[in-house]
Design a protein around this ligand. Structure first.
Ligand SMILES: [Zn+2]
Length: 186
């Protein structure tokens, strides 16, 4: 008489099969839930960084416009004017400080998303006498009228997925602002 070992019957018993399938479904479901959660956190973190970058863009443009204030409103009416370079640079720094909530050394004030001092890497003021045919700023933008070229950088905190994205991200913002500047900050 054929003797069937108990381990063999257990292994192939219908109940055993269902248990295995249930475990696989449970593990797969858990993995999918973890992956979806990670994707959501990554998406939120990237959206946050995009928003922070937009805030930086707007702050730099606003500071650039502040720097472009002409000493003579009469000249401004003609759309071309000469700036005092030290005054324009001081106005830019002061406005940037206010817009990004920085102290006088460009260190972020407390409870702020910016984690390092803001560095003004480049700042150039172009007056009409500086402008020659084919003039470009150091980043390659054509300079055709009185304008201010600025490059700033700083690091910001990343809200989630530190193991994957790191704790901080470095932002570098370049803008050329003139009195014909359109608010296309994309
Ligand atoms: Zn530039």
């Amino acid at each position: 008489m054929l003797r069937i070992r108990s381990w063999f019957t257990d292994r192939w018993h219908p109940c055993r099969k269902n248990t295995n399938r249930g475990s696989v479904i449970l593990i797969s479901g858990s993995m999918i839930a973890v992956i979806i959660t990670l994707i959501c956190i990554a998406f939120i973190s990237l959206r946050y960084l995009y928003s922070v970058k937009r805030v930086g863009d707007i702050a730099v443009v606003a500071a650039g416009l502040a720097a472009l204030r002409s000493e003579s409103t009469e000249d401004l009416a003609y759309g071309e004017y000469t700036l005092s370079k030290p005054a324009a640079i001081a106005a830019f720094k002061s406005s940037l400080q206010e817009n990004l909530k920085l102290d006088s050394s460009l260190y972020p004030l407390s409870n702020h998303y910016i984690t390092t001092p803001v560095t003004i890497e480049e700042i150039s003021v172009y007056n009409p006498e500086d402008i020659t045919s084919g003039l470009t700023c150091s980043c390659g933008t054509a300079i055709r009228r009185t304008s201010i070229h600025v490059v700033i950088s700083y690091r910001v905190r990343i809200p989630g997925l530190h193991g994957l994205l790191g704790k901080e991200s470095r932002l570098r913002i370049h803008k050329d602002v003139d009195n014909h500047y359109s608010l296309n900050i994309a």
